[in-house]
Design a protein around this ligand. Structure first.
Ligand code: CMC
Length: 428
């Protein structure tokens, strides 16, 4: 592989360095393109061919269906690790030993109380508000309550901000759900492990003692690991670009939550379940919906299918499909929605339209079935995604600030009117 790439414009040749990542990925470094060519830029809507940064957090190979956090395969992590270990791994780069993990957990627990005044903000939202809007607002509001989160120059302040948000975010998540359900806003129990505590905060009933269900806790732990990070996706890029203006961690995360909300990104898990329910209500005719998805005059897309990067299979979807089967069997639940999903998947995988376009089930296709079996309301599904993605966003934000990346500011190709003189209103 040559270490230079040559670009020829109008007979003039320009050379740019070729850089190679640790997994042998190749990139052309065009940092000097504008200055060398006197203002020429590249154009790449949706950044389909553009690397926005160098990152050491997550590696994924869309052709081979590989996903690794800090070098560890997603399959191994989902099987052997706990979410808290994965949080540490993503943010600090190494798996913690027992002592470090315990200290990390203790530090998070020391931040697990949320200022009571935040409840007033939550109270002002109508019950009809979508939980993602509420979550984004409350996360942003945390900055007002804990302003030291912006000082990234200090190692201690950075660690403090990270443990603060890891302590408070699950509380906000559970309050967001409980407010909608008209339930009292509870705290968890710091004697529990991180995910057990989340489950208790969400599901504890005010009129009886809470009994932990290990099947449910394990399934959620696995699901959160699978959502932990996914390199430069839409919400992560949003977090990095917001943070690149030196905005604080919490507001950067809030902007990521907003980006995640959309149905083409994290919002797909809600959209998948609504689609499966619509198919069920319509009599279960999957072929009709397949035809709609293929019809270019119909805006309908098969939600939970396709991915910008995975063009073979999404390794997370494989794990989730098995987890959904296991959870439903363990809980003794028969869900006809799962049968519809499996039928739809089978048809799509054999259909030339989906085969030619390399459209496979993605992480969101089966996750909703698990959330539903856990008793999580449909409009909370994307909130659960956010809970899982939180460590990834934090790790990416931290990396971006530590690498002293410049402010994110893309260029554009202007295609509007050229200069025209102003015409006063009575002459138009
Ligand atoms: N159903 C029907 N057709 C599809 C679908 C789908 N789900 N996804 C892509 N296509 C078609 C698309 O119409 C296009 O066809 P053509 O080449 O004839 O114009 C072709 O496949 C390529 O699609 P694209 O939109 O150019 O691909 P993209 O990389 O820009 O978009 C995507 C990726 C995930 C936004 C898209 O596949 C999609 O909208 N999927 C449904 C929503 C979804 O499940 N999103 C969750 C993604 S995974 C989790 C996450 O990121 O949060």
């Amino acid at each position: 592989m040559s270490d230079k790439a040559t670009l020829e414009i109008n007979g003039e040749k320009y050379e740019f360095p070729v850089v190679i990542g640790t997994e042998k990925e190749v990139a052309i470094d065009i940092k000097s393109l504008r200055s060398a060519t006197n203002g020429i830029i590249t154009i790449d809507p949706g950044f389909k061919n553009t690397g926005s940064c160098e990152s050491a957090i997550t590696f994924l190979d869309g052709e081979k269906g590989i996903l690794r956090y800090r070098g560890y395969s997603i399959e191994e992590l989902a099987e052997k690790a706990h979410f808290l270990e994965v949080i540490y791994l993503l943010i600090f780069g190494e798996l913690p030993n027992k002592e470090k993990l315990d200290q990390f957990h203790a530090d998070i627990k020391s931040h697990s109380i949320v200022d009571d005044d935040l409840k007033k903000i939550l109270d002002a939202f109508p019950k009809s508000a979508h939980p993602m809007g509420v979550l984004s607002s409350l996360t942003s509001a945390l900055t007002a309550f804990y302003p030291s989160s912006v000082d990234v120059a200090s190692e201690e302040a950075m660690y403090n901000s990270i443990t603060t948000i890891l302590g408070k975010f699950p509380v906000i998540v559970s309050w967001t759900m409980r407010k909608k359900q008209g339930l009292p806003l509870e705290y968890g129990d710091d004697s529990l492990d991180y995910v057990e505590n989340i489950v208790k905060m969400m599901f504890k009933s005010p009129n009886c003692e809470y009994k932990q269900n290990p099947i449910l806790v394990n399934a959620l732990d696995k699901l959160l690991i699978l959502h932990g990070d996914h390199e430069q996706n839409c919400s992560t890029s949003t977090v990095r670009i917001t943070g690149s203006s030196h905005a604080g961690l919490f507001v950067s995360l809030a902007s990521g939550i907003s980006a995640l909300w959309g149905p083409l990104h994290g919002g797909a898990n809600q959209a998948v379940l609504e689609m499966l329910e619509a198919i069920q209500a319509d009599g279960g005719d999957t072929k009709k919906f397949m035809a709609k998805a293929k019809d270019k005059n119909d805006p309908f897309r098969l939600m939970g299918f396709g991915h910008r990067v995975y063009k073979n299979f999404d390794p997370r979807a494989k794990i989730i499909k098995v987890a959904a089967d296991e959870l439903l069997a363990d809980l003794g639940i028969q869900d006809p929605i799962l049968d519809i999903a499996k039928g739809l998947e089978k048809e799509a995988l054999e259909d030339p339209y989906f085969v030619e376009r390399k459209l496979y089930p993605n992480v969101d296709f089966y996750s909703g079935i698990i959330y539903r079996a856990m008793g999580i309301p449909v409009d909370m599904f994307t909130v659960m995604f956010a809970l899982g993605r939180l460590p990834g966003w934090i790790a990416q934000w931290k990396e971006m600030r530590r690498n002293q990346e410049p402010i994110g500011r893309p260029r554009q190709l202007y295609v509007g009117e050229t200069y025209r003189p102003f015409v006063p209103v009575d002459e138009r």
